[in-house]
Design a protein around this ligand. Structure first.
Ligand code: P5A
Length: 440
């Protein structure tokens, strides 16, 4: 992508309304635009990151055996009356009437709709296990939308729903998602700790929140410091092997970790002082087992091997991709801007032409741009007439992992500069060596 033809509305001023660093940087880097309280438009740079995060989530969901679908955002109130949640959900639910005066709502979550789909088609234990997920916009009329996309009213969620014959199988389904979540967050460059959590309006009695530690986090959390050094499961983990999954879950739940609502002062005090972590955290994922809470009142039943019909056991599993964009920035930035992990950077490489109009510099940049593009490397080519200082500032602000800096002086000596955003190191290399470093 050539910056001269891109849409990257950078703000030089620090927006006053933004209280936390991720919100400030997302506005300054032209990633999002506020359209209402807690409602955001995603501009090109933000959209690229959001898509990359969704793709990592999708790959790990698919690897674990979950199957992607797409359910609508608008739901019928009658569905929610069946589960009893229409009245319970309260003011967070955005209620709408259609032209026929029918009660509708903008979905805050999809347990009812998924249960309705299951009850229509799934009749036998032979159709199970099943885990269906989608990545879809949700609306929750939060009392205090704040911190930009971190706690917004409209937000993106990956929500998966598992359906099993009984409790034992449902535990395996829960463990699959638990392990898939550990892998997903690690791939996004985050240390997410599964913590025993409250279930709130989703219900059930078994639940973990996946929390990353950050001073700007909205929850108070408590855990053992060893969680910060634990290894994440390998790519080859066998999701069909219940014992292997249980081993991983056991390891990741063996030490103390709880959110404030579930905090046990005595259990925490038993951890040696120097290993106690009491910190603020951001909830990036939340998984629930709620058994027959929805299948029973809504009549989602299957016939078991014994010929007896029973309500299915279900769980639901959420990740917030739009919140993750902000959470990753909270975890990875410096005074100059964002530092994207390579896996989700909007572009892997920034190509900075320091003297647009100079024939040799233009020619070298065009050749580098063509080569990287041919190798499927995402490049943002700064071919604008801005001064070098401003180009450096923009490249650092938007956080591209690699910067190739091309100027007439270096070129005269046959070299360019290669800068790594993560640690600021710069190397003077031939063009071929710089490309080799990036392409590998
Ligand atoms: C699980 C999937 C649920 O809704 N039903 C379907 C269950 N869980 S949850 O914890 O309420 O939400 C799941 C994840 O969505 C993100 N999230 C938000 N992101 C941005 N702004 C919000 N207001 C918001 N609310 C929830 C979080 O990442 C949460 O873990």
């Amino acid at each position: 992508m050539r910056l001269s033809r891109y849409f990257l509305p950078i703000l030089r001023e620090v927006p006053k309304e933004a209280e936390i660093v991720s919100h400030r940087l997302m506005l300054r880097a032209g990633m999002v635009r506020q359209e209402g309280a807690g409602i955001y438009a995603w501009l090109p740079l933000g959209k690229r990151v959001l898509d990359k995060i969704c793709n990592v989530i999708r790959e790990e969901q698919n690897r674990s055996g979950a199957i992607e679908i797409m359910m609508p955002t608008i739901q019928s109130a009658d569905l929610w009356r069946e589960s009893g949640r229409y009245d319970d959900y309260g003011k967070e639910m955005l209620r709408i009437k259609d032209r026929h005066e029918r009660d509708m709502l903008f979905g805050p979550t999809n347990e009812e709709m998924l249960t309705e789909i299951v009850r229509a088609y799934v009749k036998s234990y032979k159709d199970l296990p099943l885990n269906l997920y989608h990545i879809q916009w949700k609306f929750r009329d939060e009392v205090r939308p704040r911190f930009g996309v971190m706690r917004s009213r409209e937000f993106l969620m990956k929500d998966a729903y598992s359906i099993d014959l009984d409790f034992e199988n449902a535990v395996v389904a829960y463990n699959r998602m638990f392990v898939a979540y550990l892998r997903t967050f690690a791939r996004l460059g985050l240390k997410a700790i599964p913590m025993v959590a409250d279930t709130g309006p989703i219900g059930g009695n078994h639940s973990h929140e996946f929390i990353i530690l950050a001073s700007t986090g909205e929850s108070q959390v408590f855990c053992h410091s060893d969680y910060l050094g634990m290894d994440t499961p390998e790519e080859g983990v066998d999701f069909q092997d219940p014992a292997a999954l249980q081993d991983i879950v056991n390891r990741w739940t063996s030490l103390y970790a709880a959110t404030e609502e579930k905090h046990d002062e005595a259990a925490f005090a038993a951890i040696p002082d120097e290993q106690q972590v009491s910190a603020r955290g951001i909830e990036v994922g939340h998984i629930f087992y709620f058994g027959t809470k929805y299948s029973e009142p809504m009549g989602a039943k299957v016939t078991g091997p014994d010929g007896v019909e029973t309500p299915v056991h279900m769980g639901s599993y959420g990740i917030g991709p739009s919140r993750l964009v902000a959470a990753i920035i909270e975890a990875s930035h410096d005074e100059n801007g964002i530092i994207w992990p390579e896996a989700i950077a909007p572009f892997r490489v920034g190509l900075l032409n320091l003297k647009v109009g100079d024939a040799a510099t233009d020619e070298a940049c065009e050749a580098i741009y063509a080569e990287l593009t041919a190798r499927n490397v995402d490049v943002l080519y700064d071919d604008t007439a801005e001064r070098p200082g401003s180009k450096f500032a923009t490249a650092d602000l938007i956080g591209l992992p690699w910067q190739i800096i091309v100027g007439p002086k270096g070129l005269a000596a046959g070299t360019v500069e290669l800068k790594r955003r993560a640690d600021g190191t710069r190397e003077t290399l031939t063009i071929a060596a710089a490309l080799e470093r990036i392409i590998g």
